[in-house]
Design a protein around this ligand. Structure first.
Ligand SMILES: [Fe+2]
Ligand SMILES: [Fe+2]
Length: 236
């Protein structure tokens, strides 16, 4: 790894790298194609220092599972059981909190709260459809690819020409979800609590930030590891 490696490749080295990039506000997810040194410069960070922090975390042994080499089906299973399950629980729960905050506090700041409710509803609907498409269409084929690789068999036929086609659609939807979360972050001034904040507003803001953090790791595992590995298998 060098300072000119892209953010996505650096993030793909370990989950510790992901956490460190996140802590520094470096977008390895939708902005992952950017070279690491340029992204650091834009944030006023010293690339060498961040890199050595990542190297040290590696040596300390808590690097988590290496998803670059783990069986592909295991990675798909991990994404489904960890990140998809999380969203299925959190999206409705946050929706309820959003509705409550909108109903109770809406008149105090209608411009912000109307737009927040609108952006959240769009994000939720899009993500629920996105999870469904991955689970019903894409992931079953990726799991078949993983099995074919493990057994040394040729890759199975896919009905959509190339696995790269549905992947491109999923990646576009990831960008759109990332945009909605950025807009929510901007609307709330980085989740700064308003003067009228009650415990529901606090829970909503905390929940949205947790959702954003989880979604970043989720999209990273798909965009930067799962999808490129599936495309590489197909090309083999
Ligand atoms: Fe997913
Ligand atoms: Fe996805």
């Amino acid at each position: 790894m060098t300072t000119t490696t892209t953010l996505a490749d650096l993030a793909a080295t370990s989950l510790n790298a992901v956490r460190i990039l996140e802590r520094h506000g470096l977008d390895y997810c939708c902005g992952g194609k950017q070279p690491f040194d340029q992204a650091c410069a834009a944030k006023g960070l010293r690339a060498e220092e961040v890199l050595s922090e990542i190297e040290r975390a590696k040596v300390s042994g808590d690097a988590g599972r290496d998803w670059q080499t783990a069986p592909l089906g295991e990675l798909a299973h991990h994404i489904l059981t960890t990140h998809h399950e999380y969203l299925k629980l959190e999206l409705p729960a946050l929706g309820k909190r959003m509705d409550k905050v909108h109903a109770v506090h809406g008149p105090k700041d209608p411009q912000t709260l109307n737009r927040m409710a609108e952006v959240y509803a769009g994000l939720r609907e899009e993500l629920e459809m996105h999870l469904h498409k991955e689970e019903v269409i894409l992931f079953p084929f990726i799991e078949q690819y993983g099995r074919a690789e493990a057994q040394g068999q040729p890759m199975p036929f896919v009905p959509f020409g190339s696995i790269a086609n549905p992947i491109a659609v999923m990646e576009r939807e990831h960008v759109s979800a990332g945009d909605a979360l950025s807009e929510l972050r901007n609307l709330t001034n980085n989740y700064e609590l308003p003067p009228f904040a009650c415990s529901t507003v606090q829970a909503l803001y905390q929940g949205l930030q947790a959702l954003e953090a989880d979604l970043h790791v989720h999209i990273h595992l798909e965009n930067n590891i799962l999808f490129p590995r599936a495309i590489a298998l197909e090309k083999r």
